[in-house]
Design a protein around this ligand. Structure first.
Ligand SMILES: Nc1ncnc2c1ncn2[C@@H]1O[C@H](COP(=O)(O)OP(=O)(O)OP(=O)(O)O)[C@@H](O)[C@H]1O
Length: 237
């Protein structure tokens, strides 16, 4: 698996009296590499992660290359939802802001779920991740019995369980106190690196991103005549 390259990425949203344009000239992510997206609230970080994670149709002109295929053309060809979901599962693991675990499955079952969905069964790897993320003592519990920090560790293990080439993490530490945020981010980056998964995460916390030495790309917005335009630019570490 080579990397992901998004070129001329566009999303346009419009309602009665406002419009939002996201413009990404180029963004690349290699397996094993980590990149952080920063930007003010409403600058489009989640939108961009949705575009990269095949959760949102890109605008016209977007080129989104993965292993020589332009994924942006899938939408134009009216790809079936089931095929898109399969491709999404093969390529990505997702860490949402607050875990979003299945409440009726145990920790171990939650972690194994993406392996079942993608047909990449590997119970030994689930056990290794549980161990690596320090959640062995809660492995048989249901998510409702866990602290927020424990749930985020489970979400990280779940995102990595099927060894996806890329992990997409939307504010993975926003719900945590500072010490837990450091621990969880460290675990995410180390576990992803170990299996050569690229990580793209969004964060408000530029200090933490810098402290971890994660290359940063910033979304900056400009407003004109009711149109907000947000552009992605490299930012100093
Ligand atoms: N239908 C719409 N028309 C115009 N603008 C829209 C529409 N829907 C959403 N938006 C704008 O698109 C942007 C979406 O941003 P997004 O949620 O990706 O930001 P974010 O950087 O993730 O924010 P946060 O840090 O608060 O989570 C917001 O500025 C929102 O106001």
């Amino acid at each position: 698996m080579r990397g992901l390259t998004l070129t001329d990425g566009r999303i346009e949203l419009r309602d009665r009296d406002r419009a939002f344009r996201l413009q990404v000239d180029e963004l690349t992510l290699a397996p094993g590499q980590a990149v952080a997206l920063t930007g003010a609230s409403g600058s489009g970080k989640t939108l961009l992660l949705e575009l990269l994670g095949l959760l949102r149709a890109p605008g016209k002109g977007t080129v989104f290359l993965c292993d020589g295929k332009n994924l942006a053309t899938l939408w134009g060809r009216g790809v079936r939802d089931a095929d898109l979901a399969r491709m999404r599962g093969q390529l990505f693991g997702f860490v949402p802001q607050t875990g979003a675990l299945m409440p009726f499955l145990s920790v171990t079952e939650n972690i194994a779920l993406p392996q079942h969905v993608t047909g990449r069964e590997d119970a030994a790897w689930c056990t290794a991740l549980i161990d690596r993320l320090g959640i062995g003592d809660v492995a048989s519990l249901m998510p409702g019995a866990l602290s927020i920090g424990q749930r985020q560790r489970v979400a990280i293990a779940r995102a990595l369980a099927h060894r996806p080439p890329f992990v997409i993490a939307d504010e993975p530490t926003a719900a945590l106190d500072s010490d837990s945020a450091d621990v969880v981010l460290d675990l995410l980056l180390a576990a992803a690196k170990e299996q050569d998964s690229g990580v793209i995460l969004s964060s408000h916390d530029t200090d933490r991103v810098a402290r971890f030495g994660i290359p940063r790309l910033a979304l900056t917005t400009e407003s004109q005549n009711g149109v907000v335009t947000s552009r992605l630019e490299p930012a100093p570490c």
